[in-house]
Design a protein around this ligand. Structure first.
Ligand SMILES: *[C@@H]1O[C@H](CO)[C@@H](O)[C@H](O)[C@H]1NC(C)=O
Ligand SMILES: *[C@@H]1O[C@H](CO)[C@@H](O)[C@H](O)[C@H]1NC(C)=O
Ligand SMILES: *[C@@H]1O[C@H](CO)[C@@H](O)[C@H](O)[C@H]1NC(C)=O
Ligand SMILES: *[C@@H]1O[C@H](CO)[C@@H](O)[C@H](O)[C@H]1NC(C)=O
Ligand SMILES: *[C@@H]1O[C@H](CO)[C@@H](O)[C@H](O)[C@H]1NC(C)=O
Ligand SMILES: *[C@@H]1O[C@H](CO)[C@@H](O)[C@H](O)[C@H]1NC(C)=O
Ligand SMILES: *[C@@H]1O[C@H](CO)[C@@H](O)[C@H](O)[C@H]1NC(C)=O
Ligand SMILES: [Ca+2]
Length: 914
């Protein structure tokens, strides 16, 4: 029986699209770049996963065109287009970031024949991706994935894998301790000079004939560039080694490269290799978790941060009621929350963060909350919020409940940094402001009322500031009004909620706001917070209604509770106006449900040697020109026509010039980035619409308020894996394009891990300085835990700050390098011509070896027969698998996952015909 080899075949993919180098896609030309390769593979594998899930449920599945919108729709998760696009962009950005920060390190590009080092980067990172996924830390998984895709893809461009005739990717690049190939000895010559500009024949014949693996040497430093004798170079203008004999190069980065004639072949192979790596992650994670990693899910996370100190009993009851109601009305619908998050805080404790996809687990966690303790008055509300912001998916809406001031005000700037970074919206539900707060002493079993303490208006200012920064609301109600307020705001929270206009005025002033409602908008809703705010609403057809008029036709429903008012408007496309009349401070927010939305990121000219643009992951530079990339989602035909930076105070705006980049991306350039806080307003047209020109115009606004800074903080983030018990040094640089002086440094992390860092750095005007944070995870921290570190630098005078937010995955040193092994024990079939009446059966033994982490999961990937597993008598390291199926179903794929997530796919085709 020759079963073993056949059974344990690895499933390989072949690709059909291609690759290049990594300038930002503005300069892509016809060549395919890392972004293209990454996106093609993600869209393809994601669609494959959705297809498998649909077929398993007996549904039809039409393979979609490979765009994020179409794939999300095919996955029956149209509303997750935004999070899907965002996940793809984060992966692409981290892929590209390798060139920004690790340009000089050959193994990150498989340059200089650094094959085993390059492979270690991939396999170590792959372990971290799997560990993060296991704990549902998807942002960290995406970042890590992007970082390892870069070397994986570069392998096909920078090595001679394609030239030596391989037709399939090198699967061993994603498996430790396997042979990558027959690698050229250091002393072995691999290239000859190119024939002038023609490098199509520069690899030595014996290298090609013997299929010896090599890669090009690269160095861009003039005068210091050398390479070992006889070796190939990378080639191209940047590479100084290509002027040293043997001259020329072998890279296939673009059509114009030394081996550009193989660009498409290498690119296709890189797509196939990327698909293969994604399939490996999918196998370890399972299909549903894989989709979550890609941001494909229905609905929007439900995230509560709750003060559980003594006086919060009524508030906790309100949260319990609202939670039940949301779970009862949304589970099973398109708005079912994909994940539930709860962060309790008290004093001196906060957390832990509870994150679950199971509504019943969440209900139990909420129902287990009770109000107790608290001691002296202010509580650790910002610590709780920090944990929620780092633990919730980006773009989440978070609800924080409290009746006390924040004790941990030093975290305010960190929380703002996290709000800006995650673009999450935080709503504060504040009870008892100016009222009395009853407390129970924590150290006394007898219930004893302390002196009444009041939370005064000024105590709530930090909450108002954070709400405003995030585009959320600070709702102030009495304890008896809280349930109503919470119900209104949480029940209207849909995953396709978009902001049309939002403004905050404090002090308030009379002002007229216009906004365009397009035909895709449903459930047009106005939120206003503020006391005694009056206004006049004017519809596109010119009908007006005052806020005091309860019988008008424009407002179809309204509620008012505490300082919070909400109005449902008759949905009518066209230009609306709302004239705010009273002069009390207010926040105005007009939202609707629509599939059309946008993502944006600031760009700056790359400091890397390749030029192009890099994404700015913190505050953009103030006072100078700048660029923004805007991606329209939810429509493949929508066009951006205007991008405007609107000062949050209403005092001015800067309009950018817009250029289409293709693929739903638009570049907006601004002469200057405002120095004061602003929001991004995008206007555009959806040309697919067949209706009147005026109604195809749409407008959307960012909820997050953005600040620019003269300070820049960067970190090369060279290692994002944290070994428990071992300090990790995290270098960072602070630069200023303003005044120098004594800059204050603050480094905080959401897990309370020990860290050391310099408390200040001295910078000269226009200068820079370097520092290091040493971060240590306790030695008992479980693998897959993710810690978010925020390093902030405050310019002298403490108004201008910037930050860098870094994520680290805790990973115990991996000791299990081997995939589980499967061995065929028997295969019996009595298949006749009439397959319906005959059966076949198979038995297999699976082990992970004595040193392995053991078989964690074993499932059928293909085949509709019956699978049974049991542990071998007397040896728990051996799992026995039996499978039987109808002869009409001749194929089976077994998936075996061990503790580090290594997978094997068995394929069996026992029947030749049927
Ligand atoms: C898409 O991925 C599947 C595996 O998930 C693979 O078999 C197929 O070849 C890939 N197609 C392309 C075009 O990359
Ligand atoms: C509008 O929102 C309400 C809940 O606030 C919901 O019941 C209704 O289905 C929504 N309508 C549309 C068209 O989405
Ligand atoms: C708002 O519009 C009205 C006219 O409808 C005008 O009288 C008023 O001055 C405007 N208010 C502001 C603040 O521009
Ligand atoms: C309320 O508004 C409607 C138009 O929307 C108008 O017909 C009606 O007269 C107004 N009522 C009052 C009391 O102003
Ligand atoms: C910078 O400021 C800190 C206090 O914030 C102070 O301890 C330190 O001495 C200052 N350094 C210099 C060089 O002025
Ligand atoms: C900071 O470190 C970088 C290397 O990481 C170095 O190039 C730069 O000169 C350093 N700057 C200062 C001010 O020490
Ligand atoms: C943090 O550091 C202190 C002093 O160095 C040590 O006593 C403590 O155990 C550390 N805590 C953790 C969680 O590692
Ligand atoms: Ca193993």
């Amino acid at each position: 029986m020759s079963g073993l080899a056949a059974l344990c075949l690895l499933l390989l993919q072949t690709g059909a699209f291609g690759f290049g180098i990594n300038l930002f896609n503005i300069f892509r030309g016809d060549s395919l770049i890392h972004e293209d390769i990454t996106e093609r593979a993600i869209l393809n594998v994601t669609a494959q996963v959705c297809r498998a899930l649909a077929l398993a449920e007996g549904k039809d599945f039409t393979f979609p065109p490979l765009t994020p919108n179409a794939v999300a729709a095919a996955c029956e998760a149209s509303k997750s287009s935004k999070s899907f696009c965002k996940a793809i962009k984060l992966i692409q950005e981290n892929n590209r970031g390798v060139d920004m920060f690790r340009f000089y390190l050959p193994p990150f590009h498989f340059d200089d024949e650094t094959f085993s080092e390059g492979r270690n980067i991939i396999t170590d990172g792959l372990s971290a991706v799997k560990a993060s996924n296991k704990r549902e830390n998807f942002e960290a998984a995406r970042e890590q994935l992007g970082k390892i895709l870069h070397p994986l893809q570069d392998f096909y461009s920078h090595s001679n894998w394609v030239e030596i005739g391989n037709k399939l990717p090198n699967s061993n690049l994603i498996r430790s301790l396997t042979s990558i190939g027959n690698i050229a000895a250091e002393s072995r010559a691999t290239c000859r000079n190119c024939n002038g500009d023609d490098c199509s024949n520069n690899i030595l014949d014996d290298i090609l004939r013997e299929k010896i693996l090599t890669s090009g040497y690269f160095n861009f430093v003039p005068f210091f560039s050398t390479k070992p004798k006889g070796k190939c170079s990378h080639g191209g203008g940047f590479d100084r080694t290509s002027n040293i004999e043997p001259k020329g190069g072998i890279n296939k980065d673009t059509f114009g490269s030394s081996h550009g004639y193989l660009h498409m072949t290498a690119a296709n192979m890189a797509i196939a290799a990327t698909s293969e790596l994604l399939e490996d992650i999918r196998g370890a994670a399972g299909d549903k978790t894989f989709l979550q990693m890609m941001g494909i899910s229905k609905g929007k996370a439900l995230c509560f941060v709750i003060d559980t100190t003594g006086s919060m009993g009524d508030d906790i009851d309100a949260v319990k009621t609202v939670t039940s109601s949301i779970i009862n009305t949304k589970v099973g619908t398109e708005d079912e929350p994909p994940v539930y998050i709860l962060v309790p805080f008290n004093d001196p404790d906060f957390g832990p963060l509870i994150r679950t996809t199971d509504p019943n687990v969440f209900k139990r966690a909420i129902n287990a909350l009770s109000a107790a303790g608290g001691g002296d008055l202010p509580e650790l509300s910002l610590s709780g919020l920090q944990l929620a912001l780092t633990g919730a998916p980006p773009n989440s809406e978070i609800f924080l409940f409290t009746d006390a001031p924040a004790k941990d005000l030093y975290l305010k700037s960190t929380v703002i940094a996290l709000i800006e970074r995650t673009k999450s919206v935080v709503n504060f539900m504040i009870t008892n402001i100016l009222g009395f707060r009853r407390r129970k002493r924590s150290d006394d079993s007898q219930e004893q009322e302390q002196q009444n303490i009041r939370m005064v208006t000024s105590d709530a200012q930090v909450y108002k500031d954070l709400a405003q920064a995030s585009g959320g609301l600070a709702i102030q109600v009495t304890k008896s009004e809280l349930l109503m307020a919470t119900s209104i705001i949480t029940e209207s929270s849909s995953s396709s909620l978009v902001t049309l206009v939002q403004a905050s005025r404090s002090p308030g002033k009379a002002e007229n706001f216009t906004f365009t409602v397009d035909e895709s908008v449903r459930n047009l809703t106005v939120y206003i917070t503020g006391r005694s705010v009056t206004f006049i609403l004017i519809s596109p057809s010119g009908v007006s209604q005052e806020s005091t008029n309860t019988t008008g036709s424009l407002i179809t429903a309204s509620h008012s509770v505490g300082n919070f008012m909400t109005l449902q408007l008759k949905t009518q496309a066209g230009q609306w106006e709302i004239k705010m009349v009273s002069t009390n401070p207010y926040i105005l927010k007009v939202v609707g449900e629509s599939s059309i939305d946008f993502l944006f990121n600031f760009l700056e000219e790359s400091q890397g040697p390749l030029g192009g643009f890099d994404v700015v992951n913190n505050r953009p530079r103030s006072g100078v020109n700048g660029s923004l990339i805007v991606t329209v989602i939810g429509s493949d035909s929508a066009r951006v026509t205007e991008v405007i930076l609107v000062a949050s105070s209403g005092s001015g705006e800067v309009t950018g010039s817009v250029e289409a980049l293709g693929g739903g991306d638009f570049l907006a350039r601004f002469d200057r980035i405002p120095a004061e806080e602003f929001v991004v307003l995008v206007k555009g047209q959806n040309s697919n619409s067949s209706s009147r020109a005026s109604s195809v115009i749409f407008q959307r606004q960012s909820s997050t308020n953005i600040r620019a800074s003269t300070v820049t903080v960067t970190s090369p983030n060279s290692n994002s894996v944290l070994v428990p018990g071992t300090p990790l040094s995290v270098p960072f640089s602070v630069m200023t394009n303003g005044e120098g002086g004594n800059f204050t440094i603050q480094a905080t992390n959401d897990k309370g891990f020990n860290s050391t860092f310099p408390s200040n750095l001295i910078l000269e005007t226009g200068g820079s300085a370097n520092g290091t944070v040493n971060l240590t995870a306790p030695s008992n921290t479980p693998s897959g835990t993710v810690v978010t570190l925020t390093v902030e630098a405050v310019a002298p005078g403490s108004t201008d700050t910037n930050y860098v937010v870094l994520r680290f995955t805790v990973l115990k040193t991996v000791t299990d390098f081997n995939s589980p092994v499967c061995q065929l024990l028997s295969l019996q079939s009595n298949c006749s011509d009439n397959c319906i009446s005959s059966m076949w059966e198979l038995s297999v033994q699976v082990t992970d070896g004595a040193e392995g982490t053991g078989v964690n999961r074993l499932s059928l990937r293909q085949g509709n027969g019956t699978l049974n597993t049991s542990l071998a008598a007397g040896n728990e390291n051996i799992t026995l698998v039996s499978y039987n199926a109808s002869c009409c179903s001749p194929d089976v794929e077994l998936l075996v996952v061990d503790g580090v997530g290594i997978t094997i796919l068995g394929i069996n085709l026992p029947m030749g015909n049927n």
